[in-house]
Write a protein that binds this ligand. Structure first.
Ligand code: ZN
Ligand code: ZN
Length: 358
């Protein structure tokens, strides 16, 4: 039963390059987010620490929202198999198919019925994935933001790995998760600490700090890291926030990585605020993150697919619109895509280096 509660989530060659950003703990020479007991904290030095009592208080008092089955567009599979330009397809929740310069990248792939360790309990999918794994093009890379069940779905990951026995995808995971991938037979995971990079076939992947936490079992809280991922191709810069509360991390990321062409920012799973605020931003905070990143465009994610929290499933759309109006922005700047929608992306040849990577 406790596992069911936890499942709510709330939760080529590769070379790795150390970068100059990030502070070190003077006594242990470990980065500041590394604790001496092997766990991790956020960049403010704190672990998100809602107690089990708080969790019970929330679950006891909550009003569960109604299921709302959003229409799912049928993606143009010809366009996906043979893209004529950079593009991104929203498959649902935090899962996107990103197609840049002939490379296919999946983010937090989730294609199964539940965000849970069990097939019988835990948050059930309300809106089906817009594509089946079988309809995907050959996948070159997969990024994982953290180990919560709505982001790291073992069945989907194993399926993706086994479908390409000759050239499996390269999985980029936060520090501490490589072993877990190996334990399920996935041998192509590379784990990165914050502010570290890996390159693959012309793409650069950088793990970056966001404000969240990790837990997958009973006694492994914060034993593995969580991250946002910057993905650079020769013609595009994309940032996937993963799960995060609002924090100063985004201003620093925006300063270190100028010219972000598109950011995928969570806009759902934020109510009640007294419980969720530390770990999940609301749409107004998501718009602030968009401003902090100084990104050209943003798309919303982490909404409209599962019921994880207390807001109505359609509310993120309304609150996003209100926040955009308040900030003199519109849906061209920050859009909420439909499930299955393909968004065409430009070729962007602005300077894509990082001011924090040497
Ligand atoms: Zn999470
Ligand atoms: Zn999540």
């Amino acid at each position: 039963m406790f596992k069911a509660l936890l499942s709510v989530c709330l939760c080529a060659s590769v070379s790795v390059i150390l970068v100059a950003c990030g502070s070190a703990n003077k006594t242990t020479h470990l980065p500041a987010h590394h604790q001496s007991d092997g766990t991790f904290v956020n960049t403010d030095g704190e672990a998100i620490s809602k107690s089990f009592t708080d969790f019970i208080r929330w679950r006891w008092s909550r009003t569960k929202p109604e299921a709302y089955e959003f229409d799912v567009l049928v993606p143009d599979l010809a366009s996906i198999q043979h893209p004529q330009q950079n593009q991104i397809t929203w498959i649902g929740h935090s899962t996107f198919l990103l197609q840049l310069d002939g490379k296919n990248i999946l983010t937090d792939p989730h294609f199964t019925e539940r965000a849970s360790p069990s097939n019988y309990f835990g948050p059930k999918r309300i809106v089906p994935p817009a594509m089946n794994i079988a309809d995907l093009p050959k996948i070159d890379a997969v990024i994982i933001s953290h180990n919560h069940y709505d982001h790291m779905d073992e069945e989907s990951l194993v399926d993706l790995f086994e479908r390409q026995p000759q050239s499996p995808p390269q999985f980029f995971v936060p520090l501490g998760l490589k072993h877990e991938f190996e334990s399920i037979g996935i041998s192509t995971a590379i784990e990165l600490d914050w502010w570290k990079q890996a390159q693959m076939s012309g793409l650069t992947f950088t793990a970056l700090p966001v404000k969240h936490w990790s837990q997958r079992g009973l006694f492994d809280r914060n034993e593995t890291l969580w991250a946002g991922w910057m993905i650079d191709s020769p013609t595009f810069r994309f940032f996937h926030v993963g799960d995060s509360g609002y924090s100063d991390d985004f201003k620093k990321i925006g300063e270190c990585f100028p010219n972000i062409d598109l950011a995928a920012i969570p806009i759902g799973a934020y109510d009640p605020r007294w419980f969720m605020k530390d770990a999940h931003m609301d749409p107004a905070e998501a718009v602030q993150v968009f401003e902090d990143l100084n990104a050209t465009q943003a798309v919303g994610m982490h909404w409209g697919t599962f019921i994880l929290t207390d807001e109505e499933m359609t509310e993120p759309l309304r609150l996003l619109h209100e926040a955009l109006v308040k900030n003199n922005l519109n849906g061209d700047d920050f859009s909420a895509m439909q499930h299955g929608q393909i968004k065409k992306l430009p070729v962007s040849i602005k300077e894509k280096g990082s001011l924090c990577v040497h």
